[in-house]
Design a protein around this ligand. Structure first.
Ligand SMILES: Cc1cc2nc3c(=O)[nH]c(=O)nc-3n(C[C@H](O)[C@H](O)[C@H](O)COP(=O)(O)OP(=O)(O)OC[C@H]3O[C@@H](n4cnc5c(N)ncnc54)[C@H](O)[C@@H]3O)c2cc1C
Length: 283
């Protein structure tokens, strides 16, 4: 506990994930020189790409209460069906996903809204407040960034996801949310669905209001990636090459979700494992 020691190796492989890998590189002096210098960290290698390419699958949900008599079993699988499709006018195949969740629970924002309208609720994973359809942007145009706020490893870096910051992303988000609501309120679900809790009819009344709602409600799809991205030397934001070697260093690799150049159009776990398998084959 609290002991400090030095470990030597011929080949160092950093696999701390898309938040901690860029943080550890920066704490070790590899990252954007201006950021490191401002925190008193000696620059070993100036690389503006470390932390610069924060990617994710932003997600937001339409939420309904259920009709009396509709039983919601806390032990049953909650998300078993998803619809993948290509947004209108998009050239990116399968860039959208709708996930159907049969057991929605309150998060803090929903809790706040329900308490404003004095509806009863319980923020508990075994107490449903309804059902939801989540809209997830599978290949966003918007890019965020991760920045160190301190040279202390125990201080979490700042994550600015910058979700829905381009018109194309907003267009796809609006269409996705409207599709989710049309599906949820179609005859197919009329035996289940009672009243929509979010977004409200006012939120949906025009594009501007819906954009505002999206910007307040889009959150992480838990697929953080891209913060030490792989790329050719010609890309000044590339952090590692095709072997995972950190540019401008020797015997140092990063192998985890942070090296994805963009967030893949699927959940990220299996691909991260396959990246690791492939990289190890190449050593
Ligand atoms: C809540 C949640 C749900 C998810 N659900 C799914 C899903 O259903 N399907 C799917 O495909 N993906 C899912 N993901 C995404 C998936 O888990 C990640 O993409 C994947 O784990 C990334 O692997 P990684 O090796 O990059 O990072 P991680 O799995 O995060 O591994 C990094 C490891 O490094 C360790 N570490 C960090 N810093 C240090 C340090 N200083 N010293 C020592 N160790 C350190 C961490 O403790 C961690 O064990 C989910 C993610 C979250 C957060």
């Amino acid at each position: 506990q609290g002991e400090k020691f030095t470990v030597y190796g011929n080949q160092i492989i950093l696999s701390a994930g898309a938040v901690a890998s860029p943080q550890l590189l920066m704490l070790s002096g590899i990252g954007p020189a201006d950021q490191l210098t401002s925190l008193g960290i000696d620059v070993v290698k100036d690389n503006p790409g470390v932390g610069a390419n924060l990617r994710d699958h932003p997600i937001m949900s339409a939420l309904w209460t259920v009709k009396e008599g509709h039983i919601q079993d806390p032990g049953a699988p909650r998300t078993q069906v998803a619809a993948r499709y290509t947004a209108t006018g998009s050239e990116i195949r399968n860039d959208m996903k709708l996930s159907f969740n049969s057991f929605a629970i309150a998060d803090s924002r929903i809790e706040d809204r329900l308490s404003e309208s004095s509806q009863s609720h319980h923020a508990d994973i075994n107490t449903p407040i309804g059902v939801k359809i989540s809209v997830s942007l599978q290949l966003a145009e918007s890019v965020g960034h991760l920045r160190l706020v301190s040279s202390d490893i125990n201080e979490q870096p700042e994550l600015n996801f910058n979700y829905y910051s381009t018109e194309f992303d907003l267009e796809r988000g609006r269409e996705g949310m409207r599709k989710a609501i049309n599906l949820g309120e179609s005859n197919h679900f009329s035996d289940i669905i009672s009243q929509r809790l979010q977004p409200t009819d006012v939120d949906l009344s025009n594009d501007h209001k819906l954009d505002d709602w999206i910007l307040r409600n889009a959150t992480t799809g838990q697929h953080i990636s891209g913060t030490c991205k792989m790329g050719p030397d010609s890309d000044e934001l590339a952090v590692v090459n095709q072997f995972g070697d950190v540019r401008g260093t020797t015997n140092l690799k990063v192998i985890d979700a942070s090296i994805m150049p963009d967030c893949i159009r699927a959940n990220t776990n299996a691909t991260t494992m396959m990246i690791a398998e492939r990289m190890i084959d190449l050593i």
